[in-house]
Design a protein around this ligand. Sequence first.
Ligand SMILES: Nc1ncnc2c1ncn2[C@@H]1O[C@H](COP(=O)(O)OP(=O)(O)OP(=O)(O)O)[C@@H](O)[C@H]1O
Ligand SMILES: [Mg+2]
Length: 350
Amino acid sequence: MEREMMLEVRDLDIRFELRGKVLHAVREVSMELYRGEVLAVVGESGSGKSVFTKSFMGLLDKNGYVSGGSICYYGGEEERIMELTAIRKEKDWRRIRGREIAMIMQDPMTSLNPLKTIGSQIMEAVLLHQNVGRMEAIKRTIQYLKDVGIQEPEKRFEQYPHEFSGGMRQRVVIAIAIACNPKILICDEPTTALDVTIQAQILNLLKELRQKYQLSVILITHDLGVVANIADRVAVMYAGDIVEIGTSEEIFYDPRHPYTWALLSSLPQAGQKGSELFSIPGTPKSLYAEIEGDAFAPRNPRALNIDFIRRPPYFDVSPTHKAKTWLLDPRAPKVSLPPIVEKIRKGGLF
Ligand SMILES: Nc1ncnc2c1ncn2[C@@H]1O[C@H](COP(=O)(O)OP(=O)(O)OP(=O)(O)O)[C@@H](O)[C@H]1O
Ligand SMILES: [Mg+2]
């Protein structure tokens, strides 16, 4: 089946200027997003997940800028292709934000107005983005409340954010985002503030909504464990780069990058009874100095000499799976896999 491209990022570079120094936060990253898919972006804190996706909405902090590459958006009106890196004016970004690409943040309280009923906040989005009158807007708002799994929507319509639990507030935020009719929904750690059962419910809700509304979802998380059941594809970020990308199945059962191996090994599910949870030794490289070679090499017990000298290109594993590691070069020596990855390959765990 031919997949319809929604977003195409090519060699995107993002830098920040801070006290006279330059931090290279996103380093020549390329990625595609297709209609109706859930793409998970995973990686440690500071790997660039938020910065990367904020650049799709013109939401970089003032000291940050796109220093190279392109972001093509294919979903615009009349199927016009838009180059998002060329947008300069706030007014033009407002045409994209919410109505083309919407974002849900970790803390729902920051995106809700405590002084307005939740019904009026969803309705505002409907009136702004959909060409309907008041009565129809109320009807649609109630439908959105139902869609995000809120019981007694007519009653809840009149209530204020403080009358909702954390999980319910996040559902309201999702309803507001959906009411803007976006084609892409970026969820930046939408469940980290919630407990595990609620987390799973919100993720399942996202899965349902993408089906109903034909949304493309980018799901950002530092926890590879939570995406196994929801993501169609997974992009693994390290030090401002996507070092491996593939279908969920490929990333979980046939991972190729040593950093992906380390992430999998550190999953709680991977912990053996009675043994310590594995944590990745060392810290990521500073992004202030240009990185030579594979950024993960100093933390990789299986690193080759060339890893410290030359940055690896992508090597294709399958038409849908590629990784930036010299281990995939035909000349590379065979290395043994970490025990947990070996175990996952043989089945089980997910
Ligand atoms: N305004 C800024 N000025 C300078 N550096 C910044 C700024 N915003 C982000 N950075 C840096 O860019 C890099 C990527 O940050 P980003 O917030 O995207 O990480 P992340 O992967 O989202 O992490 P987390 O999981 O903690 O949210 C980090 O090194 C961060 O310190
Ligand atoms: Mg972040």
